[in-house]
Structures are given as C-alpha cells and as structure tokens.
Design a protein around this ligand. Structure first.
Ligand code: UDP
Length: 475
C-alpha cells in the first residue's frame, strides 16, 4: 500500500552539468542512506550527449524525464544565460504541473526540489499538491547570502556595483569588491539583473534551502545563516556533494578513449607534479588570454594537463554551456610551436576530461580553475590547492572568498600576462611563502570536507534533519 511505498522526490535541474551533477549526487545520497527514490526533470534544450550519458549512468533509484521543449525565440539574441534559464522555467510551469501531478498518482511524492534559477517552479509543485518545496543552491553560502539580501541591496545601492568605492559587506561574508560581484548583477539595465532580484525574493517561498557547501570553508557565513532572520527559510549546508562514480562507467571500457589516455599519462608523472587546467563545462578564454596562459604554463616549468576549448571570441561561451563538446579544433588557437616545445611536460585534452579522477590522481598537485563551485569542491575534497582564474557567473566572488577568506587559492592578476601567470603557478605548486600556506590550508579543508560526509558528520546530519521531516507522512 501507499504507506509502505518508497518516498519519492522530484528535482528540477536547470541547464548545465554544474547543476545536474550535484543534484544527481543529492539523489544518490537520498537513495543510499534513506531509501528515497528520485526523478530528475531536465530541460529539453540541454539534451547534450554528455548529459544523456551521465543520466544513463545513474543507479535505478534515479529516473529522469526530459521536459517538453520551450520556445524562447522571442527573447533577444543576446539574452543572458540566467535570463534564458529563468524564462524557460516560468514557461514550463503548466507542463511541469501536469508532470508532477502524474508522478503523484504513481508515487509517494514527498518533496519537490528546484535549483537556483528554478524557484518559479514552486508554483507548479504547489498546484500539483506536492507537500514540500526546497531550493537546492549549488554554489556557496556567500552567493546565497548575496541573493537573499539582493531585494534590499536593489533599493539601498542605486548605481552599478562596479562603481562602488567600498566593497560590498554582508553578514558573515568576506567583503567583495563591486567588480567581483556576481556577473548577472553587473549591469542593472539587463533583464538578468531583474531576474536575480526576483529569485532572491522567491527563495523565501522555500520550506528550506539546501546548500552545496560546508562550514569550514566559509565558517562565518555558516554561523550567520544558522540563525536566519524571520521570513528567511532555514539553511542546510549539505555539501560537499561532488561527482562519484558508478562501477563500470569508465576505466573498464575496452576502446581506448581520451579520458583513459590522460589518466595513463598522469600515471607516468611524479607525485603532485602536475597542474590541472580547466574552466568547467562551459568556460572558454578570449584568444589573447589563451595564448598568454599557454606561454605562462611553459614559462612556469611545471607539468600541466590542460582541457583546451576554442576561445570565447568564437562565440562559444553560452553555446558550450548548453553542450559540453567544443565545435572546432581548439589546438589551432595555441601559440606557434607551443605543442612541440611542451610535449615532454604537458598534455592537452580537447573539450572534456574526467575531472574528479584527475583531481584524485596522486600526480595532480594543483588546479588552475575558473572557480566554478563544483570544481572548487572537487579540488578541496581531493586536497588540491588552486590557482583562481574566474570567468563569469559567481566565479569572481568565489575567487575573492577562496583567496581572501578560506586561503585555499592564489588568484591570477587581472592583467593575465605570461610572467605573472607563470609566477602564480610556480608559487602555488612549489613556493615556500603563500604557496606553502595555501597547500597546508587545503590539506586541512580536505579533512573537514570528508569528515562532514561521514556517518555522523555535519553534512550527513543536516540532510538527515531534512529527511526526518518527510517521514511524518504527507503534511
Ligand atoms: N567537468 C568535467 N570535465 C571537464 C569539465 C568539467 O568532469 O572537462 C565537470 C567538473 O568535474 C564539475 C562540472 O563539470 O563537476 C563543472 O562544474 P563547475 O561548477 O565547476 O563549473 P560550470 O561548468 O558550472 O561552469
């Protein structure tokens, strides 16, 4: 009967592997620890091969449903990614209501979870009679604090953030210089700014907010959010939820593949000698920066494994976000002779590498990252210190938080010249000053991160507390 049926959760995943991966991990933890099954609801616009393979690899307790396609052709051609995702979500509400109602007929649907651009889908969950609505915030408590304060900041800061003389100071947060504030807030005349203010307001409709972070990496923000103001939902840091692997999803694969090849290459390198260079699932550099990075890596004298994408001035940044495969041969943009000169110390991989395996490898000693939050968490869990090279979204403020707050990274100077890049890479890998301090701090954070996920750890207890509320039956 219904009472004995497994509890079921529906999760709306807005586009990007960076949103899908942690939600899938949440679903895996719910299944493994609580026997809760899940349905991941994905956008039709993002049905990339990478995403399809990923969904197919999930355990049977996790189903996935692709939502119907949505027409966004009336939006301006230069609409920001945040605007596209938010609009798509609103337009999906009627279809989503029907889908959730259908799931409810067959399942004991105890909760609906939407990620950061999906709060408008709470309307669908309410109309379909789903008893609880949660926001899953895939980045950190600093970004969440900013969004929760945004409706107020919208009133108190009339001009642009980048013109502020003083950094933005929020409770429990490292002061963030205006130009490093969340990218979609940087031009208030754009629709994406209004959308973010809207989301900040709608987050208050959640029964609780689950955040993919952990106390040790931003302790003051965690302390403040543990006692939220009236009207702000309780916040549960349930991270770090990072990609784990199912048996048989890779190494055993018979045909030689680029992923196996780069791990083989790592096998032949000394311990902690390689810096992994990657800009997430959608990040790409302008051609000029890509060339300086190449020359900087060469100059640093360090070994490197670089996931290379075609430059962003080819117009692929947002296109890539919706599809991880790069369209053109990215190696053609590298400096003359670079590949030949560095072939003994460097390996270049087009488009995509098995990042968590690379970070877990004993030969990896550093990570030059765009500071996407999943990448940061994966780096910390594997004890890999970082060089911060933020690009977009909340990555610049993540870089500030990691360098000024947590002390887990060194940031590449804004000018991005090859000498400066080389100096920062060298310092982080082998330096005795700042580099040594960062390496020690990351080792400490690695321990805290993994302890939190143990049986009685903070992240596990936080999720237990959420799930305990469901077992009381449908409220
Ligand atoms: N990723 C990967 N291989 C790549 C690039 C990315 O496996 O070559 C994974 C990475 O491990 C992480 C996610 O894709 O889990 C990227 O998420 P993140 O938040 O770092 O950045 P985003 O892609 O959202 O910009």
């Amino acid at each position: 009967g219904a009472a004995a049926a497994a509890m079921h959760v529906a999760m709306l995943v807005t586009p990007g592997m960076g949103h899908l991966i942690p939600l899938a991990e949440l679903a895996k933890r719910l299944a493994a620890r609580h026997g809760v099954t899940s349905t991941l609801l994905t956008f039709a616009s993002t049905a990339s091969a990478t995403q399809r393979e990923f969904l197919a690899s999930l355990p049977p307790a996790i189903e996935s449903v692709s939502l119907p396609p949505v027409d966004l052709s009336d939006l301006p051609a230069d609409a920001a990614i945040e605007t596209l995702m938010s609009e798509e979500c609103v337009r999906l509400v009627p279809a989503l209501t029907a889908i959730l109602s259908g799931i409810r007929e067959r399942r004991r649907l105890v909760a609906f979870v939407a990620d950061l651009f999906g709060a408008d889908s709470f309307d669908a969950a309410r109309d379909a009679g789903v008893p609880r609505r949660y926001l899953f915030f895939p980045t950190n408590l600093h970004a969440l604090t900013l969004l929760l304060h945004l409706p107020d900041l919208d009133v108190s800061i009339p001009g642009e953030f980048r013109d502020l003389d003083e950094p933005v100071r929020l409770p429990g947060c490292v002061p963030i210089p205006g130009k490093d504030i969340l990218m979609p807030l940087q031009d208030k005349s754009r629709a994406c700014y209004g959308w973010m203010v809207h989301h900040g307001t709608r987050y208050r409709d959640a029964d609780a907010i689950l955040v993919n972070s952990f106390d040790a990496v931003e302790p003051d923000a965690a302390r403040v959010l543990r006692h939220p103001k009236p009207g702000v939902p309780p916040v549960f840091p349930i991270g770090p939820l990072i990609q784990t692997h199912c048996a048989g999803d890779d190494d055993a694969a018979a045909p030689p593949s680029p992923r196996a090849a780069c791990l083989d290459w790592l096998d032949r390198q000394p311990d902690r000698s390689v810096i992994f260079v990657s800009f997430g699932s959608g990040g790409a550099l302008p051609t000029e920066h890509m060339r300086e990075l190449a020359l900087g890596l060469e100059l640093s004298g360090q070994r490197f494994l670089w996931v290379v994408r075609s430059p962003s001035d080819e117009g692929e940044v947002s296109a890539n976000y919706y599809d991880a495969e790069t369209k053109k041969n990215p190696f053609g943009y590298l400096p003359e002779g670079f590949v030949e000169r560095t072939k003994e110390v460097g390996l270049l991989v087009p488009s995509w590498a098995p990042q968590t395996k690379v970070l877990a490898h004993r030969a990896t000693g550093g990570f030059l990252t765009h500071c996407g939050w999943n990448s940061v968490l994966e780096s910390l869990v594997h004890g890999v210190p970082m060089v911060a090279w933020p690009l977009f979204a909340e990555q610049r403020q993540n870089a500030v938080m990691l360098t000024e707050g947590a002390g887990a990274a060194i940031r590449v100077p804004e000018s991005k010249g090859k000498e400066k890049i080389a100096a920062v890479v060298r310092e982080m890998m082998v330096g005795e000053g700042r580099g040594a301090a960062v390496r020690a701090k990351v080792a400490e954070l690695q321990k805290m991160a993994t302890d939190g996920l143990r049986d009685s750890g903070a992240a596990t207890s936080a999720l237990d507390e959420v799930v305990d509320k469901w077992t009381g039956g449908e409220k």
